[in-house]
Design a protein around this ligand. Structure first.
Ligand SMILES: NC(=O)c1ccc[n+]([C@@H]2O[C@H](COP(=O)([O-])OP(=O)(O)OC[C@H]3O[C@@H](n4cnc5c(N)ncnc54)[C@H](O)[C@@H]3O)[C@@H](O)[C@H]2O)c1
Ligand SMILES: N[C@H](C(=O)O)[C@H](O)COP(=O)(O)O
Length: 597
């Protein structure tokens, strides 16, 4: 299926919108995914001149519900909307003509999105005073989009690499925001927070709700809303299966979320939620409207009249908003159109909850070679997602932490579960890895051998923990000990409540591997992942025939070791998935009909 292009609305013609669009289109941050601009060609040419870009504006047009435009480097496709604006339109000033035009661009984008002519909308900033001067009463994009698409339940969410924050109320006075703290609005916000996280690929998000009053009211001491309204709504949300918690004091909730304790924060009003996000900088921030029938993302900054016309505006937030829109559109297509590949994993990842022996093993692709995360992990990740893999892991060695954070975001944006495997051998490195797992907010922490040191760090997080049984040596790691010793170690580990399963380095064991797998799986009633050196179809077949819950492959797929229909990682991963599917079908045929859950 060919996907419709995205559209960027140009924003207020007197603001920095046209300049950041021009800068982005001319830069190496221009995405591969096609987009058009809904705006004014003359103003965009003026902006191109201001920023000194090498770009030609080329007209786009809609005929019979289809967009016709040229997508080539050096060309900016623009859907002229409304009459051309005069080139002497003042820059950096409130102007009713600019306000009216910016509204018209958004209106047109909504119509095209509802018709399916574009796949989503990315908005450059509008100026609310200019819109008001034009007689338009909406306080912002969010309200226009919701109203004109007939959406009743919607919310504003701001997100960057470290935080996701969804607001209970948006563009209203503080007094009105307090009035809007009701059971219904709280519950709606939590539902939408869960929905938003799912659009980012987090199927079972941990939703934290901020209190309204200082210290979340301190049990009624500083106001009753937290105890009497917000807390009962959280209980109701939990009753609906939302993993909600709070109300947490607003002054520390964001710090905790940033460390990975929560996936999303529900903030009670605009500035409570937006200050922490914007304080981290405007570069990697995106504003998402949740609940709409189409994807909408936006820059997280305004029209910046103080620098408009100087060419100094930074297009980073626009690039990020566009990237997020691409990820969300891709994910929603995967969910709707490719049930197999996009089907969500259980909470906690492959094999979660399955006792050893139930179901058929899942495949986890590791972005690692010889126990190190590969330097081109992000490029390989894109291929893995394209191949339909939805369980993806890496090690905490090989890439700097900041890049691992980006990797985690991209794995999630692709709708996959995130696995971190610890291969460092000493205790302090293992502790550091556990902290990294919490900070990164991975779904599953695999490896390591010291639950007594790791469990206190994971306490309170939703991370599933699967340490290595047996003695682990060297790098790349090998598994040492006798089968009996490894089985005893497996039992000891699984006696801990916080250990959810095991990571068995079976093919790094110098003995009878199949006997080892069988004995360990039989000895514990928690899921066992078979990891390390699965490098040929026979080994996959052996794992598929076992009682294991999942298995990992990294090096062999990256090195093209499996016999595949063509070169490259995508063919490797498809081959592995096909082998898995074939064995799974055989297994379920042999088991006969069973109840679907
Ligand atoms: N998405 C939107 O449409 C959106 C978002 C926020 C604010 N607004 C509107 O924008 C107008 C101005 O708002 P404001 O002054 O509060 O905030 P603003 O974000 O426009 O400006 C705040 C500060 O950040 C700087 N800044 C903003 N974006 C920048 C960029 N890309 N590169 C470099 N510096 C940048 C500005 O120069 C200014 O110093 C208001 O009408 C507001 O309602 C619109
Ligand atoms: N509250 C938003 C912010 O500060 O970033 C801004 O006003 C944009 O809102 P809309 O996306 O609704 O225009």
């Amino acid at each position: 299926m060919t996907r419709a292009p995205l559209a960027i609305t140009m924003g207020d013609p007197a603001g920095i919108g046209p300049e950041i669009v021009a800068k982005l289109a001319a830069s190496d941050r221009r995405p591969q995914t096609p987009f058009i601009v809904i705006g004014d060609s003359a103003i965009l040419r003026r902006a191109i001149g201001i920023v000194g870009a090498e770009l030609e504006v080329r007209e786009a047009r809609v005929a019979d519900g289809v967009l016709h435009f040229v997508w080539e480097e050096g060309i900016l496709p623009v859907l002229q909307t409304g009459p051309s604006l005069p080139l002497d339109l003042p820059i950096g000033k409130v102007d009713a003509r600019a306000g009216a035009a910016s509204y018209a661009y958004v209106e047109r984008a909504i119509d095209l999105a509802l018709a399916g002519t574009i796949s989503g909308i990315v908005t450059a900033p509008i100026n609310k005073e200019a819109m008001r001067a034009a007689g338009i009463a909406y306080p912002g994009h969010t309200e226009i989009l919701a109203d004109r698409s007939g959406t009743r339940d919607f919310a504003m969410m701001l997100a960057n690499d470290e935080l996701r924050v969804l607001l209970v109320s948006i563009h209203v006075s503080l007094l009105e925001a307090i009035r809007q703290v009701t059971h219904e609005s709280e519950l709606r916000a939590m539902r939408l927070a869960k929905e938003a996280c799912r659009a980012f690929g987090i199927e079972h998000p941990r939703v934290a709700v901020a209190g309204l009053n200082p210290h979340a009211g301190e049990n009624g001491l500083f106001g009753g809303e937290d105890r009497d309204v917000i807390a009962p709504a959280i209980r109701a949300a939990r009753g609906e299966g939302i993993d909600a918690s709070g109300p947490w004091p607003g002054d520390t909730i964001f710090m905790r979320a940033r460390k990975g304790e929560f996936d999303v924060v529900v903030a009670q009003y605009h500035d409570q939620g937006l200050i922490p996000v914007k304080y981290l900088g405007l570069d990697d921030g995106v504003n998402v409207t949740v609940g709409l029938p189409f994807v909408r993302t936006s820059v997280d900054h305004g029209t910046a009249f103080d620098i408009a016309g100087t060419g100094r505006a930074d297009p980073a937030s626009l690039a990020y908003a566009l990237k997020q829109a691409v990820a969300m559109v891709t994910h929603s297509y995967a969910r709707r159109g490719n049930a197999g590949a996009g089907a969500s994993a259980d909470a906690g990842g492959a094999g979660t909850g399955a006792r050893a022996g139930e179901g058929a093993p899942e495949f986890i692709f590791m972005l690692t070679r010889n126990d190190r995360t590969v330097s081109d992990a992000r490029a390989r990740l894109a291929e893995a997602l394209e191949a339909g893999v939805r369980h993806i892991g890496f090690k905490d060695v090989g890439l700097p932490f900041s890049e691992l954070r980006t990797l985690v975001e991209e794995i999630r944006a692709g709708g996959a579960k995130v696995y971190l495997e610890v291969v460092s051998l000493d205790e302090s490195s293992e502790i550091a890895s556990a902290r990294a797992a919490v900070s990164l907010g991975v779904d599953v922490l695999m490896g390591g051998t010291r639950p007594e040191s790791v469990l206190p760090i994971l306490h309170g997080s939703a991370i599933h923990y699967r340490p290595f049984p047996g003695a682990i040596m060297g790098h790349p790691s090998v598994l040492r000990g006798t089968v009996d010793e490894i089985v005893s170690s497996a039992k000891r580990l699984c006696a801990h409540d916080g250990v959810h399963g095991l990571d068995l380095l079976a093919y790094r064991f110098d003995g009878d591997v199949e006997a080892l797998i069988a004995r360990v799986c039989a000895a514990v009633d928690k899921p066992v992942v078979i990891a390390g050196s699965i490098d040929r179809p026979e080994r996959i077949a052996a794992v598929m025939a076992s009682q294991a819950a999942a298995f990992t492959i990294g090096t062999a797929a990256l090195d093209g070791t499996f016999p595949a229909a063509g070169p490259g990682l995508i063919h490797q991963l498809r081959t592995i998935s096909n082998i898995v599917a074939e064995h799974r079908n055989r297994k379920s045929a042999a088991a006969g009909p069973r109840n679907e859950r």
